[in-house]
Design a protein around this ligand. Structure first.
Ligand code: PGA
Length: 247
């Protein structure tokens, strides 16, 4: 089985207004020739505009979360179908900021992942241990448990990605060592193979957490790293392009 096509996705989180669309345009202008698939996941308010702006470019637009239901009385939520209608092709699910700040469980993340499939979106399902869990020697057990619990069997044969984002590395400037990243990515791959058989080799496993232009080459070339989920450094086109070009 050939290696999965790398995916480098920017997660703008709750940052950006219409004025920030110029950064997305600059990414699209500079991305030519990359071996990676490139995506930007802006706040839901910007998805439709960004999709129009990036039409005809290789840069994909994604959401950062979705509700499990297709429609209904869920004030403030956004359905996967609505993200797709606005032009999203992917959606980040189970980000640690959602797991911690909105009490999202593996069961809920799995339901949202099913919703993404229903709407034709490619899910990027996030997993990752806290510092306390790593220090207690539980990183691999926590992460593989999240993979088992958050990925429904219906993903078999579908396009999806897993993002390993150690909670302690997000927005902190701290990153795991390359052997630490490789150890977790190998464990995720083994779990995917256990769950999906030979098809478990297909999904890219992204690394996320303080990826910057200066550390991207080493991270992106580590074993079983199939791309990156980039937060802070995706907000400025120059930084994001620096990461994309490090591949
Ligand atoms: P960061 O965020 O790159 O700012 O650490 C990554 C993420 O949360 O996806």
């Amino acid at each position: 089985m050939t290696a999965p096509t790398p995916l480098i996705a920017g997660n703008w989180k709750m940052n950006g207004t219409a004025a920030s669309l110029a950064e997305a345009k600059a990414v699209a202008d500079g991305v030519g020739g990359s071996a990676a698939r490139v995506a930007i996941c802006p706040p839901a308010t910007l998805i439709a505009q960004m999709n129009w702006q990036l039409k005809g470019t290789p840069v994909l637009v994604g959401g950062q979360d979705c509700h499990a239901e297709a429609s209904g009385a869920f004030t403030g939520d956004v359905a996967a179908e609505q993200l797709a209608d606005a032009g999203a092709k992917l959606v980040i699910l189970g980000h640690s900021e959602r797991r911690a700040g909105h009490r999202e469980t593996d069961v809920l993340v799995a339901a949202k992942t099913l919703a993404a499939l229903r709407a034709g979106l490619e899910p990027i399902v996030c997993v990752g241990e806290t510092l306390a869990e790593r220090e207690a020697g539980k990183a691999l057990a926590v992460v593989t448990g999240q993979v088992r619990g958050s990925l429904p069997a219906e993903l078999a044969g579908k396009a999806f990605a897993v993002a390993y984002e150690p909670v302690w590395a997000i927005g902190t400037g701290l990153t795991p060592t390359t052997p630490q990243i490789e150890e977790v990515h190998r464990a995720i791959r083994a779990t995917l193979t256990e769950m999906f058989g030979a098809e478990g080799a297909a999904p890219p496993i992204l690394y996320g957490g303080s990826v910057k232009p200066g550390n991207a080459a080493e991270i992106l070339h580590a074993a079983e790293v199939g791309g990156a989920l980039v937060g802070g450094a995706s907000l400025k086109a120059d930084d994001f392009l620096g990461i994309i070009r490090a591949l």
